[in-house]
Design a protein around this ligand. Structure first.
Ligand code: C2E
Ligand code: MG
Ligand code: MG
Ligand code: MG
Length: 287
């Protein structure tokens, strides 16, 4: 069959591979124009104080709505954006938009709301990242103490001097540092003491099956206890049930995030939620 098409017909893809390769090209092509065509938006998911049930922060999560491809999950397009370098303009846009939104919320009556932003390793390592960051802080007028960067465990585990220097630069501006998806990267928690880390985010995969899964329960408990002994705060990702919440509260996990409290929502909805559940005057998300 392949022979009929001539000798330079490369049919090395299986059917499935072929489809995936095309899908990749479609996503990449679309993503190149997504920023200019204003197809990208940020959604916001509440981060909750587990003692009081009040919202103390929001995580900005990128959304891409393509007319051709529909809504594409960040799990699909972020890795591609990282490979192609598109994460640099996109990531800068995310950081600036999130800082501007945070400042708008601070002005609107939620003065100590924290804004958490995901920063990819490639973005973090780009030349001039700190200068860009300073410009964004300037332009947006955000109080840097209220900005939190979510970094990956693998970035920290590279143990490079450059990374450490950039972390120190970021910290010196008062910005908070969190390690996202903690526990998935096989890193030693004790290693974190060499870095100016404020918070770890216990990965959703551990939270999912607690309290029933006794292994996951033991791991989560150990992560919380060790973080606390290193003076690192803990936020649990992916809280969906009362039982998970109770388990984490009992172990003094400071904060939580997950569908139990609220899904990521567009900015208008997030503003309504804040009006209801922000500490001052607002009601608690418990009961
Ligand atoms: P992440 O930073 O760990 O974000 C948490 C993900 O878990 C989000 O998925 C969120 O919608 C989802 N989630 C939150 N609570 C629950 C829950 O209770 N149950 C379940 N099943 N899921 C929950 P999302 O928005 O699809 O983002 C996926 C990943 O894409 C993020 O994981 C992050 O690594 C990356 N990402 C998203 N936005 C950005 C961005 O602006 N920049 C970069 N570099 N990466 C981003
Ligand atoms: Mg995150
Ligand atoms: Mg995470
Ligand atoms: Mg995760």
């Amino acid at each position: 069959q392949a022979k009929q098409h001539g000798s330079n017909n490369f049919r090395f893809f299986s059917k499935g591979m072929n489809r995936m390769a095309w899908e990749r090209i479609e996503i990449e092509t679309g993503l190149r124009r997504a920023l200019d065509l204003q197809q990208l938006a940020l959604h916001y998911q509440p981060q909750v104080d587990l003692k009081t049930g009040h919202i103390i922060g929001m995580e900005a999560l990128l959304r891409w709505e393509s007319p051709e491809l529909g809504r594409v999950s960040p799990m699909r397009f972020i890795p591609l954006a990282e490979e192609t370098g598109l994460i640099l303009p996109i990531g800068n846009w995310v950081l600036e938009s999130a800082c501007r939104q945070a400042k708008a919320w601070h002005r609107a009556g939620f003065p100590s709301l924290r804004m958490a932003v995901n920063i990819s390793a490639r973005q973090f390592k780009q030349a001039g990242f700190i200068d860009r960051l300073d410009a964004i802080i300037q332009r947006s007028g955000i109080n840097p103490e209220l900005l939190e960067m979510e970094l990956t465990e693998s970035l920290i585990m590279e143990k490079s001097d450059e990374t450490l220097m950039t972390l120190v630069d970021i910290k010196s501006r008062g910005i908070k540092l969190a390690i996202d998806d903690f526990g998935t990267g096989y890193s030693m928690l004790s290693y974190l003491k060499h870095f100016p880390i404020d918070r770890i985010k216990v990965d959703r995969s551990f939270v999912r099956d607690i309290p029933e899964n006794t292994d996951d329960a033991a791991i989560t408990e150990a992560i919380i206890a060790m973080a606390h002994s290193l003076k690192i705060e803990v936020i649990a990702e992916g809280i969906e049930t009362r039982e998970q919440l109770a388990f984490l509260k009992d172990r003094a996990c400071e904060e939580g995030q997950g569908y139990y409290f609220g899904r990521p929502v567009p900015v208008e909805t997030a503003a309504e939620i804040l009006a209801q559940q922000y500490p001052r005057g607002g009601s608690s998300l418990f009961d």
